[in-house]
Design a protein around this ligand. Structure first.
Ligand code: GAP
Length: 445
């Protein structure tokens, strides 16, 4: 599928060229499936995380925020089942020493059998039988590197929420149903990472655990499924490229009773980037049992005691950013010339506007600078006085900047400027004094 490869290749190349995403430690040859966000990428991801936080925490009365540490007591992972169950089946090629997931679609035949063929070196019969491989990264706490000092880098942020559930409940005076939201790093030693930032070994999650009375879980599960889809549509992602996928019994995680993925149609196929899970009381029960601490809820209305059920919404910030970039990426022809444009929703665009003096004389730079200094107090804006105006527009199209503000000869006479809209290419004259209001109105939502 050369066309598929090309679209992703061109996006990856744009991402590097324009400062969205760089390979980690690139000058040393790169580190496998670890990525860094450049000046534009960090703004895009931050805007997505902030928008998520606003809708989950600030705009709701029934969700509280949390920022738990990455390192947790190792017993957390024993109780949560990750130590025993967070595994992938792994096979090695004895010939070329590469490692694969046993269900890697590139493998021909059954690993461990003489007919199985290594997808890298092509040798037959050199793939080992599958063995289970735990995806958690291990490290040591303190100066002694022995078994007693082992700690793990969290593979999901959710557990930090469960172990703090009572702390948050008591300190916030919430009542069930209520939720706890968290954004933070997670780590997985993925065997077959790839597709740019889609599957990486270090990534950020935006997770929310909603604690409900058993018996009401199905209703909340449906509620959150719809809410999350609405939120994604509100980011401007094309609806025809979004769909739900309900997990089959074989796909369900060890903690889940029911689960839906939200999938996006990437150039490499439909893939999950967010999940809504009914985790029942699995995690809280396991932590109650393992810690010996009561994690029951006393319903003040009925004096009933129960361990709450949990409906989880779990999104990857990096994967959502990738969805946003892929969805925004357009190549088109304008006036006989090719233009590459990232049509980000203005609210999450890294730069909101760029300010251009048409030429660097006749009072235009001074006025442009004044306008720029005023706008930068409110928005992330960019000043560009280099090259032809056409080239400057193109650069901002590639950065996904929704508005271009040009200060020309007329501006110095009558105080109006030209605003060019990235998507429609429409140009309107606006009073420089009214620019802040003009932008604020269009950046909202
Ligand atoms: N707490 C539940 C949980 O972690 P998950 O389906 O394993 O569920 C949730 O992960 C989300 O985290 C995924 O939909 C994806 O967006 C993101 N994610 C998981 N593994 C990832 C990886 N290796 N690289 C990038 N994002 C990942």
């Amino acid at each position: 599928m050369p066309e598929v490869a090309n679209v992703m290749d061109r996006l990856v190349s744009l991402a590097k060229r324009r400062g969205f995403v760089f390979q980690s430690s690139e000058i040393y040859g790169g580190l496998g499936s670890v990525w860094d966000y450049g000046p534009l990428g960090v703004e895009l991801k931050k805007n997505i995380k902030e928008r998520w936080w606003r809708s989950m925490v600030h705009e709701r009365d029934d969700i509280e925020g949390l920022d738990a540490a990455i390192l947790m007591h190792p017993k957390v992972w024993e109780a949560s089942g990750h130590l025993a169950g967070f595994t992938d089946p792994l096979v090695d090629c004895r010939q070329c020493k590469n490692r694969f997931r046993s269900d890697d679609p590139r493998i021909k035949g059954s690993p461990g059998q003489p007919d199985a063929q290594c997808p890298v070196c092509g040798s037959k019969g050199t793939l080992t039988a599958p063995r289970m491989f735990n995806l958690m990264f291990k490290t040591f706490m303190g100066p002694v590197e022995d078994a007693a000092a082992v700690v793990y880098l969290r593979p999901e942020t959710a557990q930090g929420i469960y172990v703090n559930y009572v702390n948050v409940l008591q300190s916030s005076r919430q009542k069930i149903p209520f939720g706890i939201a968290q954004v933070g790093k997670a780590f997985r030693n993925e065997i077959t990472p790839g597709n740019f930032t889609f599957r990486t070994r270090e990534f950020e999650q935006m997770e929310m655990q909603f604690f409900v009375k058993p018996g009401t879980d199905q209703e909340w599960f449906e509620f959150w499924r719809e809410e999350r889809m609405k939120w994604l549509l509100g980011l401007g992602i094309r609806s025809e490229r979004l769909r739900f996928h309900r997990h089959t019994p074989e796909e369900l995680a060890h903690y889940a009773k029911d689960a839906y993925d939200i999938q996006y149609e990437f150039p490499f196929g439909w893939q999950e980037f967010e999940g809504i899970h009914n985790r029942t009381n699995f995690d809280l029960s396991r932590h109650q049992e393992a810690s010996g601490k009561k994690l029951e809820y006393l319903d003040p209305a009925t004096t009933e005691r129960f361990i709450p059920y949990v409906v989880e919404t779990s999104a990857g910030a990096d994967r959502t950013a990738l969805v946003v970039m892929v969805d925004a990426y357009h190549e088109e022809e304008v006036g006989g010339e090719k233009r590459v444009v990232l049509r980000f929703h203005p609210a999450i665009a890294p730069l909101k506007a760029a300010v251009f003096p048409l030429v660097n004389k006749d009072g235009m730079p001074e006025l442009s600078r004044r306008i720029f200094d005023d706008l930068r107090k409110r928005h992330n804006v960019f000043y560009d006085d280099g090259g032809s105006i056409g080239r400057r527009y193109r650069r901002q199209d590639e950065a996904g900047t929704p508005f271009g503000i040009t200060i020309d000869g007329q501006s110095t006479q009558d105080g109006t400027v030209t605003v060019r809209e990235r998507d429609t290419l429409r140009q309107v004259r606006v009073a420089a004094d009214g620019l802040a209001g003009y932008l604020a109105e269009r950046l909202r939502g």
